[in-house]
Design a protein around this ligand. Structure first.
Ligand SMILES: Cc1ncc(COP(=O)(O)O)c(C=O)c1O
Length: 473
């Protein structure tokens, strides 16, 4: 049995990882320091070599340490953005969100095939198994005949729910299909909040979270987040003392845009903090599968014993953004209400795309495809990070995510990345200007870059953009 799933009892390797993490956070080891060898730690702590190796793997996944071949493990952090999580945090009032015209222009540009889409957090369609999916679509359509043309009312296509349930180790009754993760988020907010309520989000956060909050007449309270450790739990605690938060909406693994992943311990603690106030967590796990290492992080939902986590995800980052197939995992506390809300919103999702994906999953091709994506994104993210470090103005800092494909770049103070957006489009690329990731329009000197369009062909255009930034023109 996985002990961590049952409560606060941790595996031995998790305790070793936690101990090492403490040594790093408390300054015993700082950036670029060599950490104790596997053999010496094993001796000192009286644990096996395998346990130490597993602990180092966990810390690597969290971006805290890096392995150097033939040399050992080092505290990582070269070029890492470490957001200022102010310990004397003043909790700001919740705000109405106004995402506005600029975001519309930015989103419309996603359609343009003449631009290099470094701004678009979607897979490159040329690298997706679209032809194979199309064959699955044709087959299910043929097999089903006219029945493929019926409404598919919530919870939606059983065959696909079973496939998702198997991969998440839950019952199919805990799965409801949606139109992508974006609709899943909206429905979860509707199930947990009413107009005027306040939702806690990390900052910076995915602009789609803010759009959903705005659309439903909710308010956002922004909790500082750090690209390595994720949202500040101390700041969250303080916020909850002062603000009546009704739900929290958060990417817990490979967050968009910071790439941060909460450790298992922090996921436990997050659930404790929220659970003690009966606040539901809407856990956006859309990038969870795309770890750059062989295993994906646990979801917070795996640790949930109060039925307070509603997990949302989709196939948009892995397989088929255009099929608009997403889902919610939820328990009895919210599921019946979610069925109603989905029915009220649009009766149900289209059946044929769901069946086509189910057919694809049933062949086992998905796992192979995801393994390929993980390797490819690790490579693209690494190369793009390096190019940013070399071509952007001195003083630029960039994240080194351990999963997903988005980079968060912090330019020196004084830059306003929104002003550079039209110039970038003239050069032939898009990027995500920092302020769209904050309800308060913060992060003017930041930007998000997405790696799926990175290639030797698109590389020179990023260098040109770097030159433009250097000129401050
Ligand atoms: C973090 C995050 N959540 C949700 C979504 C929405 O995904 P979908 O296309 O499945 O609606 C996105 C898309 O960019 C995202 O990045």
């Amino acid at each position: 049995m996985h002990m961590a799933l049952t409560g606060t009892v941790l595996h031995r390797y998790e305790r070793v990882a936690s101990h090492l993490r403490h040594l790093i956070e408390s300054g015993t080891y700082t950036v670029a320091d060599k950490l104790p060898s596997v053999r010496s730690l094993s001796g000192q702590l009286g644990v096996s070599i395998t346990t130490v190796l597993e602990a180092y793997r966990v810390l690597e996944d969290q971006g805290l340490v890096e392995a150097r071949p033939q040399s050992g493990y080092y505290v990582s952090g070269g070029g890492l953005v470490t957001a200022r999580v102010d310990s004397n945090l003043v909790v700001e009032d919740p705000v109405d969100v106004g995402m506005g015209e600029f975001l519309m222009r930015y989103l419309r540009d996603f359609q343009r095939r003449d631009l290099v889409q470094f701004g678009c957090a979607c897979p490159n369609p040329d690298q997706l198994p679209s032809a194979r999916l199309a064959r699955c679509l044709a087959k299910v359509s043929r097999d089903l005949g006219p029945a493929g043309n019926l409404y598919d009312i919530p919870p939606g296509c059983e065959a696909l729910r079973v496939q998702i349930a198997r991969r998440s180790l839950v019952g199919p009754e805990e799965v409801m299909l949606t139109l992508g993760a974006q609709e899943a988020i909206t429905l979860c907010l509707l199930a947990t909040c009413k107009a005027g309520d306040t939702v806690a989000v990390e900052t910076p956060t995915f602009y789609g979270h803010l759009q959903a909050i705005e659309m439903l007449g909710l308010k956002a309270v922004e909790i500082p987040s750090d690209p390595v450790h994720g949202v500040s739990l101390a700041a969250l605690r303080q916020c909850l003392e002062e603000v009546p938060v009704k739900a929290m909406l958060l990417c817990t693994s490979h967050s968009n845009p910071t790439g941060a992943t909460l450790s298992d311990e922090d996921k436990h603690e997050l659930l404790e903090i929220l659970g003690s106030r009966e606040i539901p967590l809407i856990e956006d796990d859309i990038f969870g599968e795309l770890s750059h290492s062989a295993t994906r992080p646990h979801t917070a939902r795996a640790f949930d014993r109060r039925d307070l986590v509603l997990l949302v995800s989709s196939f948009s980052k892995t397989l088929a953004p255009g099929y608009r197939v997403g889902w919610i995992l939820a328990g009895p506390r919210y599921m019946a209400r979610l069925h109603q809300l989905k029915l009220f919103s649009n009766l149900g999702s289209p059946l044929l795309p769901a069946l086509a994906i189910s057919e694809f999953l049933a062949t086992g091709a998905f796992e192979h495809h995801v393994r390929q994506c993980r390797r490819q994104y690790a490579r693209q993210v690494g190369q793009m990070t390096e190019a940013v470090e070399r071509s952007f103005p001195a003083g630029t800092r960039v994240t080194r995510p351990r999963g997903g494909f988005v980079l968060w770049v912090e330019l020196p103070a004084g830059y306003d990345t929104r002003l550079y957006y039209p110039k970038a489009v003239e050069l032939g690329l898009t990027f995500g200007p920092g302020p769209i990731f904050s309800a308060r329009g913060r992060f003017r000197n930041c930007l998000r870059l997405c790696a799926p369009y990175w290639s030797p062909v698109s590389e020179p255009i990023l260098w040109k953009f770097g030159e433009l930034l250097q000129k401050r023109s």
